[in-house]
Design a protein around this ligand. Structure first.
Ligand SMILES: [Zn+2]
Length: 202
Protein backbone atom coordinates (compact mmCIF):
# COMPACT_ATOMS: atom_id res chain seq x y z
CA UNK A 1 0.00 0.00 0.00
CA UNK A 2 1.35 3.38 -0.96
CA UNK A 3 1.18 5.94 1.86
CA UNK A 4 -1.48 8.61 1.31
CA UNK A 5 -0.13 11.75 -0.32
CA UNK A 6 -0.12 14.77 1.98
CA UNK A 7 -0.73 16.93 -1.06
CA UNK A 8 -1.66 14.70 -3.99
CA UNK A 9 -0.52 16.18 -7.29
CA UNK A 10 -3.31 17.39 -9.52
CA UNK A 11 -4.64 14.44 -11.53
CA UNK A 12 -4.22 14.35 -15.30
CA UNK A 13 -7.72 14.92 -16.65
CA UNK A 14 -6.84 15.14 -20.32
CA UNK A 15 -8.21 11.80 -21.50
CA UNK A 16 -11.44 13.13 -22.98
CA UNK A 17 -13.39 10.42 -21.13
CA UNK A 18 -13.61 9.45 -17.47
CA UNK A 19 -12.47 5.88 -18.18
CA UNK A 20 -9.34 7.21 -19.91
CA UNK A 21 -8.66 9.65 -17.06
CA UNK A 22 -8.95 6.58 -14.82
CA UNK A 23 -6.23 4.84 -16.90
CA UNK A 24 -4.08 7.97 -16.45
CA UNK A 25 -4.36 7.80 -12.65
CA UNK A 26 -0.94 6.14 -12.67
CA UNK A 27 1.89 7.42 -14.85
CA UNK A 28 5.08 5.99 -16.30
CA UNK A 29 7.10 7.56 -13.45
CA UNK A 30 4.85 5.58 -11.03
CA UNK A 31 3.00 8.59 -9.69
CA UNK A 32 -0.08 6.89 -8.25
CA UNK A 33 -3.35 8.69 -7.49
CA UNK A 34 -5.15 5.61 -6.17
CA UNK A 35 -2.59 4.48 -3.61
CA UNK A 36 -5.01 4.60 -0.65
CA UNK A 37 -8.71 5.00 0.02
CA UNK A 38 -8.16 8.67 0.93
CA UNK A 39 -6.30 9.36 -2.32
CA UNK A 40 -8.86 7.42 -4.34
CA UNK A 41 -11.67 9.56 -2.92
CA UNK A 42 -9.82 12.77 -3.80
CA UNK A 43 -9.25 11.50 -7.34
CA UNK A 44 -12.93 10.48 -7.73
CA UNK A 45 -14.08 13.96 -6.79
CA UNK A 46 -11.49 15.85 -8.85
CA UNK A 47 -12.19 13.72 -11.91
CA UNK A 48 -15.93 14.41 -11.56
CA UNK A 49 -16.73 10.71 -11.08
CA UNK A 50 -18.63 11.61 -7.90
CA UNK A 51 -19.82 14.95 -6.57
CA UNK A 52 -18.86 16.67 -3.31
CA UNK A 53 -21.93 15.31 -1.48
CA UNK A 54 -21.11 11.73 -2.41
CA UNK A 55 -17.51 12.35 -1.43
CA UNK A 56 -18.55 13.65 2.00
CA UNK A 57 -20.86 10.66 2.48
CA UNK A 58 -18.07 8.23 1.56
CA UNK A 59 -15.76 9.96 4.02
CA UNK A 60 -18.13 9.26 6.93
CA UNK A 61 -16.85 6.41 9.05
CA UNK A 62 -13.21 7.01 8.10
CA UNK A 63 -11.32 6.82 4.85
CA UNK A 64 -9.17 3.89 6.07
CA UNK A 65 -12.08 1.53 5.34
CA UNK A 66 -11.81 2.63 1.70
CA UNK A 67 -8.29 1.21 1.31
CA UNK A 68 -9.53 -2.19 0.01
CA UNK A 69 -11.71 -0.36 -2.53
CA UNK A 70 -8.67 1.56 -3.77
CA UNK A 71 -6.93 -1.80 -4.24
CA UNK A 72 -9.93 -3.03 -6.27
CA UNK A 73 -9.85 0.18 -8.29
CA UNK A 74 -6.20 -0.40 -9.18
CA UNK A 75 -7.08 -3.94 -10.35
CA UNK A 76 -9.99 -2.63 -12.38
CA UNK A 77 -7.70 -0.05 -14.00
CA UNK A 78 -5.27 -2.75 -15.11
CA UNK A 79 -8.13 -4.92 -16.40
CA UNK A 80 -9.22 -1.99 -18.52
CA UNK A 81 -5.66 -1.44 -19.75
CA UNK A 82 -5.47 -5.12 -20.74
CA UNK A 83 -8.84 -4.93 -22.53
CA UNK A 84 -7.67 -1.92 -24.53
CA UNK A 85 -4.20 -3.23 -25.27
CA UNK A 86 -5.28 -5.71 -27.93
CA UNK A 87 -8.37 -4.52 -29.70
CA UNK A 88 -7.78 -6.64 -32.77
CA UNK A 89 -9.62 -9.50 -31.09
CA UNK A 90 -12.89 -9.35 -29.19
CA UNK A 91 -12.17 -10.32 -25.60
CA UNK A 92 -13.43 -13.62 -24.28
CA UNK A 93 -16.48 -13.26 -22.05
CA UNK A 94 -14.49 -14.19 -18.94
CA UNK A 95 -12.32 -11.10 -19.37
CA UNK A 96 -15.46 -9.02 -19.01
CA UNK A 97 -16.59 -10.85 -15.86
CA UNK A 98 -15.06 -8.47 -13.28
CA UNK A 99 -16.73 -5.54 -15.03
CA UNK A 100 -20.02 -7.38 -15.37
CA UNK A 101 -19.99 -8.30 -11.68
CA UNK A 102 -19.64 -4.62 -10.84
CA UNK A 103 -22.44 -3.65 -13.21
CA UNK A 104 -24.69 -6.39 -11.78
CA UNK A 105 -24.16 -5.01 -8.25
CA UNK A 106 -25.30 -1.55 -9.30
CA UNK A 107 -27.85 0.08 -6.98
CA UNK A 108 -27.47 3.59 -8.30
CA UNK A 109 -30.29 6.05 -8.91
CA UNK A 110 -30.53 7.04 -12.54
CA UNK A 111 -32.28 10.00 -14.14
CA UNK A 112 -32.51 11.37 -17.62
CA UNK A 113 -31.07 14.87 -18.10
CA UNK A 114 -30.55 17.18 -21.06
CA UNK A 115 -27.03 18.40 -21.63
CA UNK A 116 -25.03 19.34 -24.70
CA UNK A 117 -22.67 17.44 -26.93
CA UNK A 118 -19.16 18.58 -27.92
CA UNK A 119 -20.65 20.86 -30.60
CA UNK A 120 -23.00 22.47 -28.09
CA UNK A 121 -26.13 20.76 -29.47
CA UNK A 122 -28.71 19.43 -26.98
CA UNK A 123 -28.22 15.83 -26.04
CA UNK A 124 -29.95 13.51 -23.59
CA UNK A 125 -27.92 11.49 -21.22
CA UNK A 126 -28.41 9.34 -18.15
CA UNK A 127 -27.01 10.74 -14.93
CA UNK A 128 -26.41 8.28 -12.14
CA UNK A 129 -25.79 8.81 -8.44
CA UNK A 130 -24.08 5.86 -6.76
CA UNK A 131 -25.95 4.42 -3.77
CA UNK A 132 -22.88 4.43 -1.48
CA UNK A 133 -24.49 2.19 1.10
CA UNK A 134 -21.25 0.15 0.85
CA UNK A 135 -17.71 1.47 0.17
CA UNK A 136 -17.28 -0.77 -2.90
CA UNK A 137 -20.06 1.18 -4.63
CA UNK A 138 -17.45 3.88 -5.20
CA UNK A 139 -16.33 1.67 -8.09
CA UNK A 140 -19.72 1.98 -9.81
CA UNK A 141 -19.08 5.30 -11.62
CA UNK A 142 -15.90 3.77 -13.03
CA UNK A 143 -17.69 0.62 -14.15
CA UNK A 144 -20.30 2.73 -15.99
CA UNK A 145 -17.58 4.86 -17.52
CA UNK A 146 -15.72 1.79 -18.79
CA UNK A 147 -18.94 0.31 -20.18
CA UNK A 148 -19.70 3.62 -21.91
CA UNK A 149 -16.19 3.80 -23.33
CA UNK A 150 -16.38 0.27 -24.75
CA UNK A 151 -19.94 0.65 -26.09
CA UNK A 152 -20.06 4.22 -27.34
CA UNK A 153 -16.60 5.53 -28.16
CA UNK A 154 -14.53 5.01 -31.29
CA UNK A 155 -11.53 3.22 -29.83
CA UNK A 156 -9.59 3.83 -33.05
CA UNK A 157 -9.19 7.39 -31.76
CA UNK A 158 -7.48 6.24 -28.58
CA UNK A 159 -3.91 7.58 -28.56
CA UNK A 160 -0.89 7.58 -26.34
CA UNK A 161 0.94 10.91 -25.94
CA UNK A 162 4.00 11.02 -28.19
CA UNK A 163 6.09 12.64 -25.43
CA UNK A 164 9.05 10.31 -24.95
CA UNK A 165 8.63 9.61 -21.23
CA UNK A 166 4.90 10.24 -21.15
CA UNK A 167 2.39 7.42 -20.78
CA UNK A 168 -0.81 9.45 -20.82
CA UNK A 169 -3.67 8.27 -23.02
CA UNK A 170 -6.46 10.30 -24.59
CA UNK A 171 -9.28 10.11 -27.09
CA UNK A 172 -8.40 12.31 -30.03
CA UNK A 173 -11.52 14.42 -30.46
CA UNK A 174 -9.91 16.98 -32.77
CA UNK A 175 -11.61 17.39 -36.18
CA UNK A 176 -8.40 16.50 -38.02
CA UNK A 177 -7.61 13.59 -35.66
CA UNK A 178 -4.08 14.93 -35.40
CA UNK A 179 -3.75 15.40 -31.65
CA UNK A 180 -0.30 14.22 -30.58
CA UNK A 181 0.16 15.41 -27.02
CA UNK A 182 -1.43 15.00 -23.61
CA UNK A 183 -1.18 18.77 -23.42
CA UNK A 184 0.53 21.41 -25.50
CA UNK A 185 1.71 23.05 -22.27
CA UNK A 186 3.70 19.98 -21.21
CA UNK A 187 4.74 17.47 -23.87
CA UNK A 188 3.89 19.65 -26.89
CA UNK A 189 6.15 22.50 -25.81
CA UNK A 190 8.86 20.09 -24.75
CA UNK A 191 8.84 18.52 -28.23
CA UNK A 192 8.82 21.94 -29.89
CA UNK A 193 11.82 23.04 -27.80
CA UNK A 194 13.70 19.81 -28.65
CA UNK A 195 12.99 20.29 -32.37
CA UNK A 196 14.18 23.90 -32.13
CA UNK A 197 17.38 22.83 -30.37
CA UNK A 198 17.99 20.21 -33.07
CA UNK A 199 17.48 22.80 -35.83
CA UNK A 200 19.74 25.45 -34.30
CA UNK A 201 22.49 22.91 -33.55
CA UNK A 202 22.73 21.75 -37.15
ZN1 LIG B 1 2.47 13.78 -22.64
Amino acid sequence: MTAPHKNPPEPHLIGGHLAIDFLNSITADRTEWLGSGADFLVWLEKSGAIDANACAKAREGGVERLDPVATEARHLREQLRALLSDRSVLPQADRLSPLNELLAADESRARLVVGTNAEGAPRFHIERAPALSRPDQLLQPLAWAIADLLCNEDLNLLRRCEGGACSLMFIDRTKSHARRWCSMAVCGNRAKAAAHRARTKG
